[in-house]
Ligand binder design. Structure first.
Ligand code: PLP
Length: 424
């Protein structure tokens, strides 16, 4: 089968099945990127685009950083990886675990590595249930998430996630999982009481909901979630796959709200996406039955856990985040981004502009505009103008590399404004 590419030339039908994509459309023409430099990426026609989304919320230090490439090349030439099962390890894995444990606002932290965010979520969910079983409470299995929450697409993460469309059509998911209204402490308390506090293993929350629409928490909400969990002995898991490593202007988003979760899940920004890596930071409390009791092994983990070259990419990336003050720049720029986008709220198809907590924001459209497919259309029009945004259920989101400059934020906002005007 053939179709045509953007220059009109006939191309073979793609064999690549894209994630979260309408392949009936994508098969007729893919958008091929060939190189990246800082906040810019270039397509196969030589056009450049401002990466307004840091790819999928992850290119925190920007693209094409030679420092990370050099560190990765050196490690690959020395020892690409070795399984961390049993007592095996590598220096890069030890070093990155120690560094993340030192940065995370988690008491007496230990780090369990995965290959991405979804696997981190499933690991945290399994660790939570297994923790309670080890503590003599095997009845504590219930997991609570929130409406609009996104926790990846593995078994537990799909079940805990609160974006209904992502759960539809997969048949029965995990049992003993529920979700509550994303911004209501009352709803959380009622659900815990309805399930029975002694049956709840853990509550999962993103500090700022990302894929569900960029929803910063109401004042005091996350602190309240932590307090409710503490009151009932429930484990509190902060899903920081987006929020960690600078996105909220701190090393971990939890710091911004003064939280000390029992577990933090991370991925994306830990390597800025240069190689796949994720993980769980677990507190001493959670680790204790596994680390202090002989023979109580966590029978969970994957071949590539603590992959040496991925860990080197992580360390080189953290060096860049630290040396260029990238993390504090994100804090400085969050209001610049929101202020640049705010005037778009005047446009007729815009319902609301959200952001201001970290370097991420969303423009939500009116129900009529959503019914007419505004997010996809604005995404297309913005890309024609050389700016990449993300189309979400309610609107479009931006989360640029944290290295973006003020004038580039202005360019981003102008292009989105023009795109909306054209669609509206
Ligand atoms: N958790 C959150 C908050 C996310 O935003 C994502 C991905 O966007 C995930 C988990 C899943 O991560 P991954 O896509 O690496 O599996």
């Amino acid at each position: 089968m053939t179709s045509s590419d953007r220059s009109g030339a006939a191309v073979a039908d793609t064999r690549l099945w894209h994630p979260f994509s309408d392949m009936s459309a994508v098969r007729r023409g893919e958008f091929v990127l060939t190189r990246g430099e800082g906040i810019w990426v270039y397509d196969d026609q030589g056009r450049r685009y401002l990466d307004g989304t840091a790819s999928l919320w992850y290119a925190n230090v920007g693209h094409g950083r030679k420092e990370i490439a050099a560190a990765v090349q050196e490690q690959m030439g020395k020892l690409e990886a070795y399984s961390a099962f049993g007592d095996f390890t590598t220096e890069p894995a030890q070093a990155l675990a120690a560094r993340i444990a030192g940065l995370a606002p988690v008491a007496d932290a230990r780090v369990f590595f995965t290959t991405g965010g979804g696997e981190a979520l499933d690991s945290a969910a399994k660790i939570a249930r297994r923790y309670w079983s080890a503590k003599g409470h095997p009845e504590r299995v219930h997991l609570i998430g929130r409406t609009g929450g996104y926790h990846g697409t593995n078994g537990y993460g799909t079940s805990i996630g609160g974006i209904e469309a992502n759960r539809a059509g997969f048949g029965p998911l995990m049992s003993q999982v529920s979700s509550v209204q994303w911004d209501s402490l009352t709803a959380l308390e009622q659900e815990i009481l309805a399930v029975g506090p002694q049956k709840v293993a853990a509550v999962f929350a993103e500090p700022v909901i990302g894929a569900g629409g960029v929803l910063p928490p109401p004042e005091g909400y996350l602190e309240g979630v932590q307090a409710i969990c503490e009151e009932h002995g429930i484990l509190f898991v902060a899903d920081e796959v987006i929020c960690a490593f600078g996105r909220l202007g701190h090393w971990f988003g939890s710091e911004r709200f003064g939280l000390a979760p029992d577990m933090i899940t991370f991925a994306k920004g830990v390597t800025s996406g240069y190689l796949p890596l994720g993980g769980v930071v677990a507190s001493g409390r959670v680790a204790e039955p596994f680390w202090d009791e002989a023979g109580n092994m966590l029978r969970h983990g994957a071949t590539y856990s603590a992959h040496a070259t991925c860990c080197v990419a992580g360390s080189a990336n953290l060096d860049l985040l630290a040396q260029d003050d990238v993390v504090s720049r994100a804090l400085e720029l969050e209001s610049v981004l929101l202020d640049a986008l705010k005037p778009l709220a005047e446009q007729s198809i815009v319902h609301e502009v959200r952001g201001g907590v970290g370097l991420l924001a969303a423009v939500e459209f009116t129900p009529e505009a959503l019914a007419a497919g505004a997010p996809g259309k604005v995404f297309e029009r913005a890309r024609e103008r050389g700016v990449i945004v993300r189309a979400l259920g309610q609107g479009v989101a931006v989360s640029p590399p944290l290295t973006i400059e003020r004038d580039e934020i202005a360019f981003l906002a102008t292009a989105i404004g023009e795109a909306i005007e054209e669609v509206g």
